[in-house]
Design a protein around this ligand. Structure first.
Ligand code: FO1
Length: 449
């Protein structure tokens, strides 16, 4: 079987009809290395057309123009790439619960394929689409090396417990992708979407503007090549230094599905410690986040944290807070800490914050907020509003790791933190040139006005 059956999950059983195959693209917004698209192509065989549909929703979990701009630039390349293979790409604006069943019936689709995504909003969409469909809906996990539904049937305690399961299964799933061949039967002539009209129709918050990061599959593959060719070797030691461009900078491409994490793993795999560190981050840590969001319905609230963490945060609720800021003051980078303000400025202006700084940035929000609940809400809101890769399982887990010890362990007791791991500026100073980082982003803040 060209697509491992463990990646396939039958959401809505039923009898296929001989009509076209519709691949409802959502998470995996790419032509290459896309298991859902490959599976839909296999179902089309030699007798049925294959059509790709994408439903563009307004206001996806508070996404801003920054996110839609990056996504639409990538989707335009998807439409071109599919067109070159003779596969029509249909864009619909509205709610998937209405638009996908409507498109399926317009096409007389015989079966619908879609992407695995553990986020609640996607499960709701799938439920609504299932109500409106009379043919089967099949979900394919195109995001994980080891399919999330396969690696574990419960919430894993941490990297320590999921790592051996992933390593044991990696040899079965870390495989090369089969070739996507043009369909044997041509689909309906639909032409390319009018992207300018789509942008005009979008009603999104434009106060958080686009970033100048190149978007789309080609840019993602170039970024991967640059990382593997240049920085991978030193990744193990450089990844924690925000003044060095040591990280992969691939997270936005993973988030919008413009690059398959499995492709990155295939290209970066090797004996060096940089490769091992990168595979730990891009496979073990990322798939641990998928596992958490799939099995914990409260993945985006403080209640999703481990009991020991909630207890310790509770016990220290009344501790004096020498510094206290409102969510607005955090958003405006208006704290007493020049380092923290620099991190918030980098986030606001560039849509990216280095992984190490993200942890420091979030932990200080815990320390300087009135309650742990408010702190967690501020971390999630600012992350999803400004990070290009916001609204992602990785981000929800990162917020709970920083604020409430998810996938971490108890540390030495401290005021406010209790036994949640503590971080401070001195820790940053031991890791990298903090003054250079501050100077960079204070200058950027002045230039941005
Ligand atoms: N997925 C869609 O199927 N349609 C959308 O219009 C859409 C908008 C969107 C905006 C910002 C963002 O961060 C994600 C967005 N997604 C959309 C979902 C994305 O494709 C990913 O599936 C999830 O965010 C990651 O789990």
């Amino acid at each position: 079987m060209l697509v491992n059956e463990e990646r396939i999950f039958l959401c809505k059983p039923g009898r296929e009809t001989p009509g076209p195959v519709l691949y409802w693209m959502s998470r995996e917004q790419r032509v290459r290395d896309n298991w859902g698209l490959l599976y839909a192509r296999i179902l089309a065989g030699t007798t049925r057309p294959l059509v790709v549909g994408f439903c563009l929703v307004q206001g996806f979990l508070g996404a801003t123009l920054r996110h839609y701009d990056f996504m639409l630039r990538g989707l335009a390349q998807v439409a071109e790439g599919l067109g070159a293979l003779g596969i029509p790409f249909v864009l619909r604006l509205g709610e998937p619960g209405q638009e996908i069943p409507r498109l399926a019936s317009e096409l007389g689709a015989g079966v619908v394929v879609t992407d695995f995504d553990p986020l609640r909003v996607k499960q709701v969409w799938q439920e609504q689409v299932i109500q409106g469909l009379s043919v089967p809906l099949i979900e394919v996990d195109g995001h994980n090396v080891v399919p999330a539904r396969r690696v574990s049937d419960k919430q894993e305690y941490g990297a320590r417990t999921i790592r051996p399961k992933i390593h044991r299964l990696a040899s079965e799933f870390l495989e090369e992708y089969p070739e996507l061949t043009p369909p044997a039967v041509p689909g309906p002539e639909v032409g390319l979407p009018d992207w300018e009209a789509v942008r005009r129709a979008l009603d999104v918050d434009a106060t958080v503007g686009p970033v100048d990061l190149a978007a789309g599959e080609d840019a993602a593959h170039a970024a991967l090549a640059a990382f593997v060719g240049g920085r991978l070797a030193r990744y193990a030691e450089d990844r924690n230094d925000p003044t060095k461009d040591g990280t992969s900078r691939l997270s936005a491409y993973f988030h919008f599905g413009q690059l398959a994490p499995q492709r990155a793993a295939l290209v970066a795999a090797g004996p060096g410690e940089g490769s091992l560190a990168f595979l730990e981050e891009s496979v073990v840590r990322r798939e641990l986040a998928e596992n958490f969001c799939l099995h914990n319905p409260r993945y985006d609230s403080l209640e999703g944290a481990p009991d020991w963490a909630l207890k310790t945060l509770d016990a220290h609720r009344g501790d004096p807070r020498p510094y206290l800021y409102t969510p607005e003051q955090f958003e405006l980078a208006a704290t007493h800490s020049r380092l923290w303000n620099a991190a918030q400025t980098q986030l606001r202006l560039s849509g990216y914050m280095h992984g190490y700084m993200r942890m420091f940035w979030a932990k200080k929000i815990l320390e300087w907020s009135a309650t742990p609940e408010e702190a967690h809400a501020t971390v999630v809101r600012l992350n999803d509003r400004y990070q290009l890769d916001g609204r992602d399982p990785n981000g929800y887990v990162g917020a709970l790791w920083s604020v409430a010890g998810l996938h971490d362990r108890p540390w030495k007791q401290r005021p406010v933190y209790g036994s949640i791991r503590y971080m401070n500026e001195n820790g940053c100073r031991r890791k990298f040139k903090v003054d250079a980082y501050i100077a960079t982003w204070e200058r950027a803040a002045l230039e941005a006005g």
